[in-house]
Design a protein around this ligand. Structure first.
Ligand code: 13P
Ligand code: SF4
Length: 299
């Protein structure tokens, strides 16, 4: 299957992008593996004719928005991020009416329609930097209340209004699960994703995006880590650090949508080119503005 995928990729000038939560076998065959920010930048820069995005809908959509002349395919178009939809209808307009000086800051884990209503996008790796750089005092942070409150703790000079959305996978991780792992592995450092609840983040030694967690473990002198994010990151962590030990909350956090990106689905879509990401051109143009502003402010 790996050889067939390689041949098709070359014949069609296709490039495979995979998120760290995609299955290990897919990360193994991908040309680029990374966090949401890195993959968005790669999608914009790529010279390929086809981008095959092994992630969830908002990632494929962002790739198409940033690279409209490329064909963007996904192994499974139903792979979606539930949090991307978690903003109540009309609430953005209500907030804009309430505050004159409001910036709607939209986590990239959101639908293209939500991006259209926003002033700037952020990812977990640049949210603090971008919110700090905005001239606005009042910030409506959508959809993730956990990433929003993580940002609020570090940008105390702003009024950050939170929205009632979350990642069901990260929000399900409890402080007692982390305490249990800490009891079993007292020397381990706790590395968490900011989509986790505040009581989990309070037990953490380091908080960052998937790529930041991996970089932290790679550069650390410590040899044991409790990794508090989706367990797809394990592939890169153990590849880069064969002598270090990585533990996860029990049960392992697992995003079923990310796991729809199987090698069989990758091969099938490369053969048939039948699962194409389509974004309405008017929506695309409006959603491009906050994404480009993110790329600019994150520089
Ligand atoms: P990052 O890889 O950008 O940290 O995002 C995590 C995530 O949940 C993506 O869906
Ligand atoms: Fe969405 Fe959470 Fe899955 Fe990431 S891990 S894609 S935020 S549901």
């Amino acid at each position: 299957m790996k050889n067939q995928i390689e041949q098709l990729k070359r014949a069609k000038n296709a490039v495979i992008l995979a998120h760290y939560y995609a299955p290990a076998e897919v990360q193994e065959i991908a040309d680029y593996v990374g966090d949401s920010f890195y993959l968005a930048k790669i999608a914009k820069q790529s010279n390929a004719d086809i981008i095959l995005f092994c992630g969830v809908q908002f990632m494929g959509e962002s790739a198409k928005i940033l690279s409209p002349n490329k064909k963007v395919l996904m192994p499974d178009l139903t792979a979606d991020c539930p949090m991307a939809h978690m903003v109540a209808y009309g609430v953005i307009e209500e907030m804009r009416a309430k505050y004159d000086d409001l910036a709607v800051v939209c986590y990239i884990n959101s639908t293209a329609e939500l991006k259209c209503k926003s002033d700037v996008c952020v990812t977990s790796s640049n949210a603090v930097k971008i919110v700090k750089a905005l001239p606005n005092k009042n910030i409506f942070f959508i959809p993730d209340h956990n990433l929003g409150s993580f940002v609020a703790k570090q940008v105390t000079e702003k009024n950050i209004i939170l929205n009632d959305g979350c990642c069901p996978i990260h929000a399900a991780i409890t402080a007692s699960q982390i305490k249990l792992e800490k009891d079993k592995h007292p020397k381990a450092l706790v590395l968490s994703h900011p989509e986790c609840e505040a009581e989990v983040l309070a037990l953490s030694d380091y908080i960052g995006s998937t790529a930041d967690i991996i970089a932290y473990a790679n550069n650390s002198k410590a040899t044991e880590f409790i990794v508090v994010t989706e367990d797809g990151v394990d592939y890169k962590l153990i590849t880069d650090n064969p002598n270090k030990h990585f533990y996860y909350p029990n049960p392992h956090p697992c995003c079923a949508d990310m796991k729809l990106n199987t090698p069989g689905a990758v091969l099938s879509v490369l053969e048939k080119e039948d699962k194409e990401v389509i974004v309405d051109e008017d929506v695309r143009k409006r959603a491009l503005l906050p994404l480009e502003r993110m790329l600019e402010l994150a520089k």
